[in-house]
Design a protein around this ligand. Sequence first.
Ligand SMILES: [Zn+2]
Ligand SMILES: [Zn+2]
Length: 276
Amino acid sequence: MTRTQAVMLGSGTPNAEADRAGSGIAIVVDDTPYLVDCGHGVVQRVVEAHARGLINWTTTALAQVFVTHLHADHTVGLADLIFTPWIHGRADRIHALGPAGLKAMVEHILAAYAENTREHLKAHPATPDGCKVEVSGVSGGLCFEDERIRVQALPANHGDLEAYSYKFETPDRCIVISGDTKPTPAFAGWARGCDILIHEVYSSRRFEKLVPAWQRYHSRVHTSADELAALANEVRPGLLVLYHQLFWGATPQALVGEISAAYDGRVVSAVDLHVY
Ligand SMILES: [Zn+2]
Ligand SMILES: [Zn+2]
């Protein structure tokens, strides 16, 4: 019987937080991980998850990654993803899907590490493909399918960046990850009835204390707690997981409370290395 879980590797934002890595979630089907985003610290979180016995696989299994958009808090760990698991012995190339600019980003990372790659290949000629990356673009609709999982992309609204939400369907579960986005008209119908909705959010209450320029920015490219509560009432997920949370001084409990004030379904605030 298939078992699908979401392992929260990084629940953070661009802001520095002691206990949160940058954005990264592993959708794990049995022992095969499908990584969504790779912010700072995500590869290290895989090492930690394995050391704690939360997962039966480790960094060498990281060979499939879906990128929501190219902001650094979602992609700065890509160099780590390409090279560290290769050092650990990964033999397979990575398949990366994401916005159009992802191919150039990967090519630049590979060029930056050319000397490392040359030396590593001399020392470890048995795994020549372990640092290679095959990049595919995404537009919307079905973007990936194998014997375990079907993945669909939905264009997100994250200002001027090309950005996507992703939906992962397996025999036992449907998990939707918002990425960074302001609510879009298509999202609720697309995500409706999923088992887990992992969604970004900012505090509606603390938003009122921001300076006008930041209010304009965040209300244009992100989702407020009030907006997410309204969205959750349409989607009705089995579990709503708040991630990429802009607290601005609110506690995780208070942020959950902002949602629960207008939504009666199950809501939790994501914690790194929690499994859903
Ligand atoms: Zn972000
Ligand atoms: Zn972003």
